[in-house]
Design a protein. Structure first.
Length: 419
């Protein structure tokens, strides 16, 4: 491999450049600065305003913010696929912890190529995160890049909230001979539910689907269900020590199970769709947010609620879509789950569909349990509520569902011994 090809292949490692054609990458390779520095050298000072972008090729660097926050980036980390710091003036002082090789590219050149190739758009295969604010830029960039890379390598982290997972696991083991009760307990853990669906789907014939939890359980032996439950509890559940993250995990779990219960109840009341499918779609409607929280658990510092909320709002739907597709969740179910993240989703017909039930459940739950970062628009504007005749907060059915949601959450937490 000659030096020219080697330079181009180095550039393809980096997310913003990966989809550029060879001639554009060659132009960058020729015009960029390929630099080497010794240990303890400074690559960029805090408040540096030079209009250029740095990419780490080899070595480890320390990034220090003005408030004292620190993190280490190694060239093999998923986060190293993104620029070290793109905002100007720079929010970080970047120094070498080892001998370092890095690349400096003029922002004018990057902007010119981005306009030509439209490379600033988010695509299904590369998630290039635009920096929308100084608070969430670096967090979101690294989080999404890391999730994408781990999903492709079959090592995705997806954590259950441990206080609930522990009690749920105990109850599953104690009701081993009652599939109906096991299904009810599994439905209280969205992550365990998705892993069960994933495992059952792999046992299906090509073209077959697993539309709900009872169908998934029917494909699995008791021994396999127990093994999955134990692995989820002991390897893949977390009770975060950071208070902000702990609250976010709990809030996401509470919304998930309550929306699932309300969607199921609404389906039973209207008799328009399968209640168990409505329950599963409601349970998984915020699986993208749960994935983000799972990765925030291992993040380098205490993450603010605002950072988590912004990242979930920008990328929760796409991460959920990517995960469901990669794990072979039945296409129409996966599509309904993703559609249900959009308040104004409208499939065009008058008869409500699965996504409408989940959207309606979300709205009923949020009347009393407000999700401040993504509040619903006025009820009359939401197509799903119109189709289900729930388009006013004071409608009889909406009122009944709100009461049901409150009682359900209280009773479930009591059952699980959660305060």
């Amino acid at each position: 491999m000659n030096a020219e090809t080697h330079s181009v292949e180095e550039l393809r490692r980096f997310t913003p450049l990966a989809d550029l054609p060879y001639d554009k990458l060659l132009e960058i390779a020729e015009k960029a600065e390929w630099l080497k520095v010794k240990k303890r050298a400074v690559l960029m000072e805090l408040e540096d305003a030079e209009p250029s972008t740095l990419f780490l090729i080899r070595g480890n660097v320390l990034m220090e913010a003005a408030d004292g926050r620190q993190r280490v980036i190694k060239h093999e980390d998923a986060s190293a696929r993104s620029p070290l710091s793109r905002l100007r003036p720079s929010r970080y002082r970047v120094s070498a912890l080892t001998p370092v090789e890095y690349l400096k590219i003029s922002d004018d050149l990057l902007d010119e190529l981005a306009e030509l190739e439209d490379s600033s758009e988010m695509t299904s295969s590369h998630y290039l995160v635009e920096e929308t604010s100084e608070e969430n830029a670096d967090f979101s960039t690294q989080m999404v890049a890391h999730i994408y890379e781990d999903l492709q390598k079959q090592r995705l982290l997806l954590f259950s909230w441990q206080p609930a997972a522990l009690s749920i696991s105990r109850n599953i083991i104690s009701t081993a001979n009652d599939p109906s009760q096991i299904s009810d307990w599994i439905a209280l853990d969205p992550v365990l539910s998705l892993k069960l669906i994933k495992s059952a789907q792999y046992l299906q014939r090509p073209g077959s689907s697993v539309p709900n939890l009872p169908s998934a359980l029917a494909q699995m032996s008791t021994q396999k269900v127990h093994k999955l439950t134990f692995l989820n509890l002991f390897q893949e559940s977390r009770a975060p020590k950071v208070s902000t993250l702990h609250r976010s995990f709990q809030n996401t779990w509470e919304r998930s199970i309550t929306v699932a219960a309300v969607a199921k109840r609404l389906a039973q009341e209207t008799d328009l769709i399968n209640p168990q499918e409505a329950e599963l779609a409601g349970l998984l409607h915020n699986i993208g947010e749960t994935t983000i929280l799972s990765y925030a658990y291992n993040y380098y510092r205490e993450t603010s609620t605002r950072e988590l909320q912004d990242c979930a709002l920008m990328f929760g739907k796409e991460i959920g879509r990517m995960l469901l597709s990669h794990w072979n969740v039945f296409h129409s179910l996966a599509q309904s789950i993703c559609d249900a993240t959009e308040w104004m989703h409208d499939h065009g017909g008058n008869r409500p569909k699965l996504a409408d039930f989940v959207i309606a459940a979300r709205a009923c739950v949020q009347i009393d349990h407000k999700d401040e970062y993504n509040p619903p628009p006025p009820f009359p504007q939401i197509p799903a509520l119109r189709k289900l005749q729930l388009d006013t907060p004071n409608s009889i059915l909406a009122g009944e569902l709100r009461t049901f949601a409150d009682e359900y959450l209280i009773n479930t937490k009591q059952q699980l011994g959660i305060e």
